[in-house]
Every structure is written in C-alpha cells, then in structure tokens.
Design a protein around this ligand. Structure first.
Ligand SMILES: [Mg+2]
Length: 141
C-alpha cells in the first residue's frame, strides 16, 4: 500500500525527536512491500527526513492538504491518492482512512503507538479493516 505518515505530533515531537519505534516500524513496513510517504501541512519536510536519516525508507515527501483533501492533491503535486494515512488530525484520517494517533510531544513520553500502527496495518491488509478503535475507515459519505 501507499502509506502516508504525517510529521508533527505523529512521528515528530515538539522537541524534534522521533516517536519511539518510528525507524523500526517504517523499516518493517518497507520490508513488507509497502511504500512509505511523508507529508505535512507545513510543507515538504526534507529537514526532518535528513536529520533523522529517513531517506532510504521513504518513497516520497509531499505537502499535505489541510482542507479539501482529495481536491487539493493534484495542486500540491501528490501524484496519487494515499491508500492509508497515519495522522493525529482526525479530518485527514477520515478523508483517506487509516490510523488516528494520539499526539506525540516529547521523547520522555514513551508509547507503543508505532507497534499498534504496524499491527493495525497488518490487520487491514488481511481483512480490509481493523478492530482497533484507532483505525478509521475512509469516510465515503
Ligand atoms: Mg500532525
């Protein structure tokens, strides 16, 4: 799948650290055959990719629409629809389907969210859905 990760408060904290397990989880997803994309409402965050050496894991870096999500993809140069998104912003997850994560702020906050994301993606690939309440189906209404 083409999996899109948000940056701020999803993989990156206020203190510019990565959420625990980010590199390991992106590596597992890539090894499983998924394509990882990083996008942000603040633009193309190459500085984050470079600082945390995520380049080899990532297939593309884009600016994320913050409204009219589907309509604005072309304008922002996103060449395809995300198949699954990981975000702390509910509207984005509702637009494309994926995982709504609690926001990540500081490295002292150790959480298991990355493992949970990996598990949800595995379930989604197998069954087209997940029982986890952080999984949100694409809003087709
Ligand atoms: Mg965010």
């Amino acid at each position: 799948m083409k999996i899109f990760f948000d940056v701020d408060y999803t993989i990156l904290g206020l203190d510019n650290t990565l959420r625990a397990g980010t590199v390991e989880t992106l590596t597992k997803l890539k090894n499983d055959g998924h394509e990882i994309y990083i996008w942000s409402g603040m633009g193309q965050r190459w500085e984050v990719i470079e600082k945390h050496e995520l380049g080899p894991l990532v297939s593309g870096v884009y600016e994320k629409p913050t409204h009219h999500f589907h309509e604005r993809l072309e304008e922002l140069g996103v060449p395809f629809e995300p198949e699954f998104v990981i975000d702390d912003y509910p509207e984005v997850v509702a637009a494309f389907g994926g995982v709504l994560v609690p926001p990540y702020f500081f490295s002292r906050t150790v959480d298991q969210e990355m493992d949970r994301i990996y598990k949800i993606i595995g379930e989604f690939v197998l069954t087209g859905t997940s029982e986890d309440r952080q999984y949100k189906a694409k809003d087709t209404s």
